[in-house]
Design a binder for this molecule. Sequence first.
Ligand code: GDP
Ligand code: IMO
Ligand code: MG
Length: 422
Amino acid sequence: MAVDVILGLQWGDEGKGKIVDYLADKYDLVCRFQGGPNAGHTIKIDGNKYVLHTIPSGIFRPEITNVIGNGVVLDPITMVKEMTVLENAGIDFLPRLLVSRKAHLIVPTHRYLDAASEAAKGLGKIGSTLKGIGPAYMDKTGRNGIRVGDLSAADFKTRYQIIREKHLGLIKLYPDIDFDLAAEEEKFFESVEIIKKLRFVNSEYFVNNALTEGKKILAEGAQGSMLDIDFGTYPYVTSSNTISAGVCSGLGIAPNKIRDVIGIAKAYCTRVGSGPFPTELLDETGEKLRQVGKEFGATTGRPRRCGWIDIPQLLYTIMLNGVTQVIITKLDVLDTFEEISVATAYKYDQMISEELPYDIVGKPIEPQYSTYAGWFESLDDVTDYNDLPLKSKEYIHQLEKWLKTKISMVSTGPEREKLFAR
Ligand code: GDP
Ligand code: IMO
Ligand code: MG
């Protein structure tokens, strides 16, 4: 059987967690393929809200096996915190949560380095979540990393000491920052003992055997395509391939096994952290989107930057990912807007273009907008796509035309049940 992918088409926080949780019951396995605890995937079920950082969003479906793939970077400390939340909620996840032996570990000095490096950048900072993601992937590609499988090695502590000393040498290059390394290391080693209770697997074999047995796999992306290390707004990006190509390297799945690529986009657009955002609204409309959309980071609590939906940006990420269908989330947030704008092209260098320029960082871009009338009606009680206000359906229809891609579902609230097929 095939692998379907759910990933974010903007700068993250598109509502991937909610959609993965909803669609998970059509699959046997849900697998994270990249990123780490920089992700914050929110799921609302029966009035309870959960935020997952490393654990796949299929974990609330009792029949489903969840795999943390080799492309993920895993911090034992945050992982244990997530496990505790699930335990307290009475979710029996232990037998259903598998971790790739090849996933790299985030150690406390990765976070220390992340914080020191960001502090040194001053105004040029990336706005990292400071979870140690960049330094952990640097050690992976630099061939210095330690992996989940190494936790069982007799010389794990020695390997840890080597990487720690290397980091402490690097940290001297940066200005001094506060970081209680001793306390973090104590938590780290306590957490390591707890995560050793999880089932570590050779996940590339596990997922490929599952495919051979006819099982269905859903790959869950983290971050968004505009944060991809190669194709995002570099250097204001994360450190992994967030696009569909990352599924192959992050799980050991061959490209010809990928079937549907489901791209998630908000009905508007947000970004958290620094970097270009052509349609950003710095006025009261942006503030209204932030307040109504409750646009505050699920991982860091930071206010998210808000703006209108951006068609050139979405066409770019639809192209990069081979998106076969789009799901639009947070349509309800636009309920009280008199007019809704859609950026359909960019103006830069005295020309109109639908292409994102190479030098998008620092280049003034003037988005060209089309404006649609709002529907001025609450979507709260809607239980079927056909019952949505006409103007909201018209908005979706227009988006579909601009995106030249099927919009298969629309989400109208954070709750699991507020998702309608078209
Ligand atoms: P993710 O990182 O892509 O999983 O998204 P986040 O969880 O970081 O952010 C999405 C936020 O929007 C969360 O607070 C969700 O509960 C919420 N959300 C998801 N879908 C909808 C929707 O259709 N309407 C509204 N109002 N909120 C939504
Ligand atoms: P989910 O999976 C939104 C952003 C950070 C920062 C940049 C680099 O919840 O959509 P990093 O910590 O990776 O060094 O940060 O990427 N970022 C996210 N923004 N959603 C996320 O994940 C993000 N993960 C990282 O804000 O600008
Ligand atoms: Mg998020």
